[in-house]
Design a protein around this ligand. Structure first.
Ligand code: ADP
Ligand code: MG
Length: 637
């Protein structure tokens, strides 16, 4: 399956910075992603779902709760005490009916006062304990939420580029909002339910059996059909909840994708089609939600039916026994009260099972995400680059028998050998899809070669720690993404400790200074809303200044001037000599004007270098470059 070519919201456009129509070079790259179709069913989103390895989910839960062990124990203890206080109620009623009332009739107020005082104490105690429980358990669940969300962010950020090409930002948002939230719910309200249900089951069963063996046995017998119901419900709810969360994720993915790609959405008039798609996804979510509620309703109805039948049976049988004197009235009253309390939490048990279900599904998805390892891992024993003197001409770059294929699609670089001496400026030209950007991305180590090595001054890129690598190689692409913050912040990203002078110096060198000073607050202008106030060309100038300030040994420019107008590009061109001095440079450009400053030109086709020489040599020869060059000359005339 490939993305419809008109798909404006293809996630390849996720950064939305390439401003709409007609940017040929990138438009096909969303190929491995596709638009959610409302009727495509859950499999669309499960297809790429990352299953958690066995045991990972449980291990994640353990690691989340381990630091909170003490507080979890306190929480359970509080609940235990609270239950004891609550469950004392019916016993007091039995005592009041069977002892205190007769004693009062005989003129003794003592037992009644004792019952009253006991009841008050239990009520106060239960309230205080409940308060303490909520306070402690809320902190436990908040801490888990904080921890988990932080882990998701750190992990996702550390994962390699190819992961993010598959796993859309919508899904990441789902993970760190909906999924984290459902776990919090489970640990907050859910945990209380579980402990309450289990405790009241145990304590009430024991109390009932102790009060009267026969009544206790009837109550126990009613557990059998209830247990059956719970099992059936669990099985069905699992299905329903899975499709519900899948449907919710689809809604979020569509939403994020559309808003990220708002420019192409506008440009291609996709609004109506998107509305229809979204409505379909929304309805699917509504339907699955309805199914879940229906399942719940069946469960509640069934369990109430069983509970009420059991209560009615006990009242009937108990009344006869009270009449024939084999059962005290107070005991019957207490038994009925206990039974109500016993069945009450069973309704809530259903809800608890729900949150348990969705929390388990969520935790599973989160564990699956956290189990991903970067495909471009940090080296275990990092090597350092040899020191670079200030007058040093950059670093040598070698591609050694490199083969490369993306996860999807065929081999892009079949076998690639290339040596760039330190300080050389190399222009790479070739038709769209030839593999120029792939070459650049391998050199910037966004991906690792399938075979072979990329060496920087003789050191395999895979052996360089992230920080060392970024000091060595920086790539500027046509995307020119701006983060929220000021223009100065954006320029200083590669060197946060840069002074304002250095920032301005970089901007001046690249010809960005004039437009920046013309902004309302100059360098302190906020580029909020992803650079909405700054044109695409200006964004590229900022990105350029950013790279210049970072001062890497190897600078890669991948169509980095494509959004500039002719005067803008001329300005950059003039600055280029300064910018490229003292470093190795790979300049990928479709405008041949850029090529003139290069020491060497490579023409790439189908992942191979088909021509290699100085601009003068290639222009003189009768090859691809000469043709391109002639066509370009003609277009200028
Ligand atoms: N992320 C990707 N996943 C799969 N295939 C890709 C990806 N990026 C590029 N390709 C494919 O690799 C080939 C070379 O692409 P690219 O290096 O971007 O070419 P160029 O920059 O020369 O236009 C193309 O066939 C393209 O479809
Ligand atoms: Mg390209």
């Amino acid at each position: 399956m490939t993305a419809p070519t008109t798909s404006p919201a293809a996630p390849g456009d996720e950064n939305g910075e390439n401003g709409g129509a007609g940017k040929g070079g990138r438009s096909g790259k969303g190929g491995e992603e596709r638009l959610p179709r409302p009727d495509a069913g859950g499999d669309l989103f499960d297809r790429d779902a990352l299953p958690a390895p066995p045991g990972a989910t449980a291990a994640l839960l353990r690691s989340l709760l381990a630091p909170l062990k003490a507080r979890v124990a306190v929480t359970c203890l509080l609940l235990l005490l609270q239950q004891a206080a609550v469950q004392a109620g019916p016993l007091l009623v039995a005592y009041a009916i069977d002892r205190a009332v007769p004693a009062l009739a005989a003129g003794d107020r003592g037992p009644l006062i004792a019952v009253g005082a006991g009841g008050l104490l239990c009520a106060l105690g239960a309230g205080a304990l409940q308060y303490a429980f909520i306070a402690v358990s809320a902190r436990v669940s908040q801490d888990v939420l904080l921890d988990l969300r932080g882990r998701i962010f750190r992990h996702a950020q550390a994962l390699s580029v190819d992961f993010h090409e598959r796993y859309t930002s919508g899904r990441l948002i789902s993970r760190s909002t909906t999924d984290v939230e459902s776990l919090r719910e489970l640990l907050g309200e859910g945990l209380q339910e579980l402990v309450t249900v289990v405790l009241s089951f145990v304590s009430i069963s024991v109390l009932l059996l102790w009060l009267d063996l026969g009544l206790g046995a009837v109550a126990a017998a009613s557990f059998v059909p209830l247990y059956g119901m719970v099992r059936v419900y669990r099985r069905r709810a699992r299905e329903v909840y899975r499709s519900k969360s899948t449907a919710m994720a689809a809604v979020i993915v569509k939403f994020v994708e559309t808003m990220n790609g708002i420019r192409p959405v506008r440009a291609f008039g996709r609004e109506a089609a998107n509305d229809a798609d979204f409505a379909g996804l929304n309805r699917r979510h509504e339907r699955t939600n309805g199914d879940a509620l229906l399942e719940m309703a069946r469960y509640v109805t069934g369990s109430r039916l069983i509970a009420n039948t059991a209560v009615a049976g006990i009242v009937l049988w108990g009344a006869h026994r009270v009449a024939d004197g084999s059962l005290a009235l107070g005991v019957l009253a207490a038994a009925v009260l206990y039974l109500r309390r016993l069945y009450d939490p069973i309704d809530r048990l259903g809800m608890f099972l729900n949150s348990c279900q969705s929390a388990a599904a969520s935790l599973d998805k989160i564990a699956g995400l956290l189990a991903q390892t970067p495909s471009v891992p940090e080296p275990r024993a990092p090597r350092e680059l040899p020191p670079r003197a200030s007058r040093d001409p950059g670093r040598e770059v070698v591609f050694e028998r490199v083969r490369f294929a993306y996860r999807t699609g065929g081999e892009v670089l079949p076998r690639f050998d290339l040596t760039l001496p330190a300080g050389q400026t190399v222009a790479v030209v070739g038709s769209t899809g030839a593999g120029k950007s792939t070459l650049a991305k391998l050199l910037a180590r966004f991906y690792d070669p399938t075979e072979g090595r990329v060496l920087l001054d003789g050191v395999d890129l895979r052996d360089l720690a992230g920080a060392e690598l970024r000091r060595g190689v920086v790539m500027v692409t046509q995307e020119a993404f701006l983060f929220s913050g000021t223009v100065a912040d954006n320029i200083a990203i590669g060197r946060p400790d840069a002074t304002r002078e250095e920032i301005e110096h970089a901007a001046k060198a690249i010809g960005a200074h004039d437009f920046v000073t013309a902004l309302p607050d100059g360098y302190d202008t906020d580029v909020r809303k992803r650079g909405g106030r700054i044109s695409a060309g200006q964004r590229q100038l900022v990105a350029f200044a950013r790279a210049l300030l970072a001062d890497p040994a190897v600078l890669i420019l991948d169509e980095a001037t494509s959004s500039l107008d002719i005067p803008g590009e001329r300005a950059v061109q003039r600055a280029m000599a300064t910018v490229l001095r003292g470093r190795t440079a790979v300049v990928i450009a479709h405008r041949l004007s850029t090529v003139e400053i290069a020491d060497r030109v490579l023409v790439m086709e189908h992942g191979r270098i088909v021509e290699d020489g100085t601009p003068a040599e290639l222009t003189a020869a009768a090859g691809r470059f000469a043709d391109l060059h002639r066509a370009w000359r003609d277009s200028l005339a």
